[in-house]
Design a binder for this molecule. Structure first.
Ligand code: AVJ
Ligand code: FE
Length: 457
């Protein structure tokens, strides 16, 4: 049973929850659960109860569904499975099973109301904090190094980001606090792109204790020479694509992309509008001029791909992205984060809803990767050219519905997290995925290209 994955030699070792004594690990878990719940409460108390049960977009659940769903998953995995305790609300499992009801249909279900939902998640949490004290955190893979607790923390943080996207879609006055992100440093003097020399690197992880199944196992991948943009593509750069007629020229688009561009009448990123020749964007209830130096956000895969073609480049593969983000050529090892092994600090990455927008391109010099690329973690999710597929040796754990049922050519991989992603739910190996037409997520992109022979010395 207790099959611990073998660490691969060239994956870095680090201080992690495994190095904490068992009591310190419990304290760490309780702290992460509380910090995460505080965020969920912020997101669900910023609007009144009428808005909580409303559907702000057919793409999203009512916020009150996300809240109770988070509690339901916590009940199923921690109260029942890990704790072996009796069910709190077995009658509502089906209502909050994401596979039973499409998002568009959720408002018409007999959902728990705001008061009931809050009581429910509190009842579940009280039981979990109690059993956390008594459960041995070893002897069974699900609890090894508190994995199930980490999985549930990440699940709640993922739904918090989804709720943040619902906040962005809702109409009405601003309700969330907004602190400006740091300015760009030396943005103009940064090279537009960096070269990553060809060679092998270790992709994925077998040592990160809270890594999810699709990030495993660590495996060696050979990547040819490539150049990758130093920063994500900015609004200013994207405007040049718009102004040159990029949305009207099928030659930049894939066949599928052009079809969708026609069908959805795409002409600019989601939430942009043009008034008398000026581009404005709506951002969490504020309408403001498009900030030219910020990474573009709310574009779908097809728009990202069209821009890259227009620019004479392409999107990076997932392998290229991860090598740029993790490979340290000095040690030959793959790092946990672009900057090294330590968990993200505010000077290193725009994560965790601290700011309600990406920082200007060129910000976060302290978060640069060994190759020199910046803002790989945080700011905007980055579309890659890759389909969401299992790594060699993949094994679903602990349930097929997290990753396995989504593998295939229908979903594209996104990497790096956004300003709305919490550090607990993001790392150099983390893989996100979505349909190539989705624009409500906090997604942008950066470009890559294969260098010509004459560019390599
Ligand atoms: C990893 C963001 C694609 O939110 O759809 C949440 C994660 N899985 N509940 C999503 C997830 C189950 C998932 N993404
Ligand atoms: Fe979920």
């Amino acid at each position: 049973m207790n099959r611990r994955e073998m660490p691969v030699a060239s994956e870095t070792v680090r201080p992690d929850p495994a190095d904490l004594g068992i009591e310190a690990l419990r304290t760490h878990v309780a702290g992460e659960m509380q910090r995460t719940r505080d965020r969920s409460i912020t997101l669900t108390s910023a609007v009144d109860d009428d808005e909580l049960v409303e559907q702000h977009s057919p793409l999203m659940s009512p916020l009150v569904w996300d809240l109770a769903h988070v509690g339901s998953q916590e009940e199923i995995w921690l109260v029942r499975d890990v704790g072996g305790r009796s069910a709190v609300r077995p009658d509502i499992d089906d209502l909050y099973d994401a596979f039973q009801h499409a998002r568009a249909d959720r408002p018409s279900l007999p959902l728990l109301g705001p008061t009931e939902a809050r009581q429910y998640v509190t009842t579940v949490r009280d039981k979990v904090l109690d059993l956390l004290e008594r459960t041995p955190l070893e002897g069974r893979r699900l609890v090894e190094r508190a994995f199930a607790f980490g999985m549930i923390v990440q699940h709640e943080q993922q739904h918090d980001e989804t709720m943040l996207a619902t906040h962005q879609l809702r109409r009405g006055a601003p309700v969330l606090d907004d602190v400006p992100p740091p300015a760009a440093m030396e943005a103009d003097s940064l090279p537009a792109e960096v070269l990553v020399p060809g060679g092998p690197f270790v992709m994925g992880t077998s040592t990160e204790p809270w890594a999810l199944d699709n990030e495993r196992p660590a495996h060696e991948v050979h990547v040819a020479d490539f150049c990758i943009d130093t920063t994500p593509v900015t609004n200013g750069q994207f405007l040049r694509f718009i102004d040159s007629g990029g949305y009207d020229q099928p030659r930049w688009w894939s066949e599928q992309g052009w079809q969708y561009r026609q069908h959805a009448q795409l002409h600019a990123p989601l939430f942009w509008s043009n008034e008398d020749g000026t581009w404005w964007r709506r951002r969490f209830g504020r309408v403001e001029p498009v900030a030219l130096d910020e990474p573009v956000v709310h574009v779908c895969f097809h728009e990202a791909q069209a821009y890259a073609n227009w620019a004479g480049k392409r999107l990076p593969t997932e392998q290229e992205w991860e090598k740029a983000a993790r490979f340290d050529p000095h040690s030959g090892r793959s790092l946990r984060y672009p900057w090294g092994q330590e968990d993200p600090r505010p000077e290193q990455a725009n994560l965790g809803q601290r700011h309600l927008r990406p920082a200007p391109a060129g910000a976060y010099p302290a978060g640069a990767a060994p190759c020199g690329a910046r803002q790989l973690l945080g700011d905007v999710w980055e579309w890659t050219a890759s389909d969401f597929l299992p790594y060699p040796g993949f094994a679903a754990f602990p349930y097929r519905e997290y990753s396995e049922v989504f593998f295939g050519t229908g979903h594209k991989v996104l990497r790096g997290g956004s300003f709305g992603t919490d550090a607990a739910a993001c790392r150099g190996t983390f893989r996100n995925w979505d349909y190539p037409i989705r624009r409500q997520i906090f997604a942008g992109f950066r470009c890559a290209r294969t260098p010509g022979r004459d560019e390599l010395s």
